[in-house]
Design a protein around this ligand. Structure first.
Ligand code: FMN
Length: 392
């Protein structure tokens, strides 16, 4: 099974990723991981930090001559801002000392105040440095490896933005396939529907003009997912629950939906479920719709896996208006301005792909096992063949 640990602060020297449980023989290079991380910086409405940040990666362990060894994979992502500016050397120094500029105007909608109260800090930076979404860079690096592992089973995961502010992709619009991923990434808002993309860009422009921010919804689609990942037998083995937790753990995600979860809640039962039919040509059962998002009873059913994540509008605003308090003086204040994006929904989609990839790779490892990629694939193929034979 896969275990992911990340360490590092937003303006510290580096992020560190340890991914344990990978089989041996998985081809992976620094460039593969960097390419996935570059996708995380995509999106109209993002601020200057995305231009400053270059993800300088080092594969510290677990890979030799371009292939995993079965040992823990360790990745260092150096923070170029740390090396470029003396400010962060002092502010984020691990040596004993104290900051000259404690942050005491806590930002609403951030972890600042709750984190200070929990850990007994008087400087919000002690919290915000780790709560920051910079940590998602470490997740995406690990996700690139998980996606590579899943590709050996024929699984491909993509995402697209289906809502930004009040602009939405119509329900009947075509969904992208893996072949459309470049087109999605080329859209400034990572939206596959051109008319909706134009409306989203207009919303971002209007919010930027007002110094305001926008949230939205992304849809993650996993193609080629094997039958039988997850289980109905216990609450913490249900794959829908695991996916929901992983998506909800992304900074600023406040809602998760599997398939058409919220929409079907308002329908009658007769119109809320995916009918099942025997497809004699392909020799398999098929669902006639994707309302359940490819999961029944917490188990993948071999259909398209669909999960959606809703992101709140970013809480840091370029024109600060949110009321807050200075924890040093208890005086009212207006939330301070750190340079911030207008929206990060397109980037969040890439992080959401990563989280789904990590959960699916973990479950695939649990079901198929294997110390090498060859063994993992052999086991998965034999499980698929057994299902086909039983079903026929
Ligand atoms: C990719 C990404 C980028 C983000 N960028 C910002 C940002 O520029 N400004 C901001 O206020 N919040 C940003 N956030 C959200 C905050 O990190 C998040 O709201 C905060 O840590 C509090 O966590 P919570 O909203 O999950 O409670 C971003 C989130 C993601 C996923």
């Amino acid at each position: 099974m896969l275990r992911l640990l990340t360490a590092g602060e937003s303006h510290g020297q580096a992020l560190v990723v340890v991914l344990e449980g990978l089989p041996a023989g998985l081809e992976i290079t620094v460039e593969d991981i960097q390419a996935e991380m570059a996708r995380r910086r995509l999106g109209y409405g993002r601020g200057p930090r995305q231009r400053f940040e270059v993800d300088e990666l080092t594969l510290l362990g677990g890979v030799r001559h371009g292939r995993t060894l079965g040992s823990p994979l360790a990745i260092e992502i150096r923070n170029t801002e740390w090396f470029r500016s003396d400010r962060w050397h002092e502010e984020m120094s691990p040596a004993p000392g104290a900051t000259k500029e404690p942050l005491t105007q806590v930002r609403p909608g951030h972890a600042d105040l709750a984190g200070m109260q929990k850990y007994g800090f008087t400087d919000a930076r002690d919290v915000l440095e780790r709560a920051s979404a910079r940590e998602t860079a470490a997740r995406v690096a690990a996700g690139a490896v998980a996606k590579r592992l899943l590709s050996h089973l024929g699984v491909e995961i993509i995402s697209h933005v289906i809502q930004m502010g009040s602009a939405r992709v119509p329900a009947e619009a075509a969904r992208p396939t893996p072949a459309d991923l470049d087109a999605v990434d080329e859209s400034p808002v990572r939206c596959f529907d051109p008319a909706a993309a134009d409306a989203m860009i207009a919303e971002v422009k209007a919010a930027a003009k007002d110094g305001d921010s926008l949230g939205g919804v992304v849809e993650v689609l996993a193609f080629g997912v094997p039958i039988g990942l997850g289980s109905h037998v216990h609450w913490d083995r249900k794959l829908d629950g695991l996916i929901a937790q992983s998506l909800m753990s992304i900074q600023a995600v406040k809602g998760v939906e599997i398939g058409d979860g919220f929409e079907v809640a308002g329908r009658r039962g007769s119109a809320a479920h995916d009918p099942i039919r025997w497809n004699s040509e392909d020799g398999r059962y098929e669902r006639l719709s994707t309302l359940a998002g490819g999961l029944e009873g917490g188990i993948t059913n071999g259909e398209l896996l669909v999960a959606r994540a809703a992101m709140k509008p970013l809480a840091t605003l370029n024109v600060p208006t949110l009321e807050t308090v200075d924890t040093a003086t208890k005086e009212s204040a207006v939330s301070f301005k750190e340079r911030t994006d207008v929206t990060a929904v397109p980037a969040m989609g890439v992080v959401a792909e990563t989280m789904v990839a990590l959960v699916l790779a973990d479950e695939a490892q649990r079901k198929f096992g294997g110390d090498s990629v060859a063994e993992f694939v052999r086991n998965a193929e034999s499980a698929a063949a057994a299902t086909r034979d039983r079903d026929a």
